[in-house]
Ligand binder design. Structure first.
Ligand SMILES: NC(=O)c1ccc[n+]([C@@H]2O[C@H](COP(=O)([O-])OP(=O)(O)OC[C@H]3O[C@@H](n4cnc5c(N)ncnc54)[C@H](O)[C@@H]3O)[C@@H](O)[C@H]2O)c1
Length: 455
């Protein structure tokens, strides 16, 4: 696996945490802009674009030059109004991103792209070629070839391309990877992982009732959407998005390989489209409602084999929550973007964790409820659940979870740090997702090294 070095991680962690570490070696040509206001634009200000915008509005020294969104009367209007209200800035609104490039590429330091997946590759390539640094949401593209073109364009342009796998900049995730799994070897040998994102049944997103918000049909068609329903629910259409396994799974499958320091060697998967139906009984979506898959790893950072099971469901919340667990012979780390869902469990054969608690490496433990009685003699006893320390370096519960990744990118544009998820690393993770989806129809598949790199 093409891995970050330990030094890179420490730099990433400190930048993500807001304490900027400047290293002479890392100051590149872009350092000329360091400390200056950055001119930025956004393309796609729907659900995720608004999440990014909320964080960007809190970050210093950013000048919004333009906002592009084909939903002019709704999402574009909302973003322009919010920027004006919050920062008293008046960026120009665009429907077509190519017009934005024509007018502003020369003055732009960076663009943030949060459009549906099938637009990521052409937009990213065009901005990079125009000399603009790009932050693009995951998945990189709805096709592997689209993702490859993005990597090639980043290499050729010499510009920065960050992909929105935001856990890579999250100080809690960096802490778990570096301090807990590696330095403290808190789980012992990790030979199994498990991740899930379960969502309750949800019907298609509907357009606002008021006709004044409608997008003209010719605009929808011009930008690749059959109608308003497909425009709003693009995730489920082949050629536009990749379904739940790529939409949600991409984040967590990425984390398996990153935490294990390895690329998967084999994947098997199963999925079905048996729930969401049209009136005539045919599947309403192109992509599977539910997918379960198993990745095999031949050699983790500990030199061991490991298996990772991943499940994404859109037909039940199964009690809620989303997490990735790393299970070793001495303990388990249950990791989530939601701190309340994060826990550590120490196996009874593990060295005492008291010294780790005393040193502040982990927080105090919480004994299982007295009612947690053993029902069968073969059942393992419930374990004490330990928390993360109260203060994880760089982490603030006040900060939105996407903000660290945006700060990492903006820091990189200013020449202050390296990207925590450049396109080459993101491609590795996303190649695994593409293969898992393929394995649903093709049966178990083997990875080769060439699957993870772009030639
Ligand atoms: N990192 C994360 O945690 C996370 C979370 C959710 C979504 N995402 C990603 O963000 C992206 C957007 O997802 P979303 O949920 O916001 O979708 P969305 O449908 O809510 O928003 C998409 C926006 O893009 C606009 N748009 C569509 N085509 C366009 C075009 N050609 N030019 C300009 N604007 C266009 C739409 O009008 C809309 O405002 C996806 O790639 C998704 O995978 C990432």
């Amino acid at each position: 696996m093409k891995d970050f070095t330990r030094r890179d991680f420490l730099k990433t962690a400190s930048v993500a945490g807001g304490g900027l570490v400047l290293s002479a070696g890392m100051l590149n040509a872009q350092a000329a802009k360091s400390g200056k206001r950055l001119n930025i634009a956004m393309v796609g200000v729907g659900a995720e674009g608004r999440v990014l915008l909320q964080s960007l509005l809190k970050m210093p020294n950013l000048n919004f030059v333009a906002i592009c969104d084909i939903w002019e009367k709704y999402n574009q209007k909302y973003a322009l109004a919010l920027i004006k209200k919050t920062l008293k800035q008046t960026p120009k609104g665009y429907i077509d991103y190519k017009e934005l490039i024509k007018d502003h590429a020369k003055d732009l330091d960076a663009v943030f792209i949060a459009t549906p997946d099938f637009w990521h590759s052409p937009m990213t390539v065009d901005f990079l070629e125009a000399g603009v640094n790009v932050y693009c949401e995951k998945m990189m593209s709805d096709t592997l070839e689209g993702a490859r073109e993005m990597v090639r364009a980043a290499r050729k342009s010499g510009k920065l391309l960050q992909i929105g796998h935001q856990r890579k900049s999250n100080p809690r995730y960096i802490y778990a990877r570096e301090k807990l799994l590696r330095d403290a070897s808190i789980c012992g040998n990790i030979m199994a992982c498990n991740g899930q994102w379960n969502r309750a049944v949800s019907r298609d997103i509907e357009a606002p009732k008021n006709p004044k918000y409608a997008i003209p049909q010719e605009i929808l068609v011009k930008y690749g959407y059959r109608d308003m329903n497909q425009f709003l629910n693009w995730r489920w259409s082949k050629g536009l998005g990749g379904g739940a396994i790529s939409d949600l799974g991409a984040h967590q499958i990425d984390i398996f390989g990153w935490m294990l320091g390895a690329r998967p060697t084999r994947v098997m998967a199963s999925g079905n489209r048996d729930y969401y139906k049209n009136a005539d009984g045919t599947p309403a979506h192109d992509w599977d409602d539910n997918v379960m898959c198993i990745f095999e790893f031949d050699k983790t950072f500990q030199g061991k084999k490991a298996q990772a099971f991943y499940q994404v469901l859109t037909t039940t919340s199964a009690g809620g929550g989303y997490f990735e667990s790393f299970m070793g012979d001495q303990g388990t780390l249950k990791m989530s973007e939601n701190p309340a869902l994060t826990k550590l469990f120490r196996e009874n054969n593990a060295p005492d964790w008291k010294p780790l608690i005393d040193k502040g490496v982990i927080g105090a433990g919480e004994a299982p409820a007295a009612s947690a009685k053993i029902a069968d003699a073969r059942e393992s006893k419930a374990l004490v659940g330990y928390s993360f320390p109260e203060k994880v370096p760089g982490f603030s519960s006040e900060k939105p979870i996407h903000m660290y990744h945006l700060e990492n990118f903006v820091g990189a544009v200013r020449g202050e740090n390296k990207l925590s998820c450049d396109s080459e690393h993101a491609f590795e993770a996303e190649a695994a997702v593409f293969k898992a989806r393929e394995a649903v129809t093709e049966g178990p598949l083997t990875f080769s090294d060439s699957d993870f790199v772009v030639s």
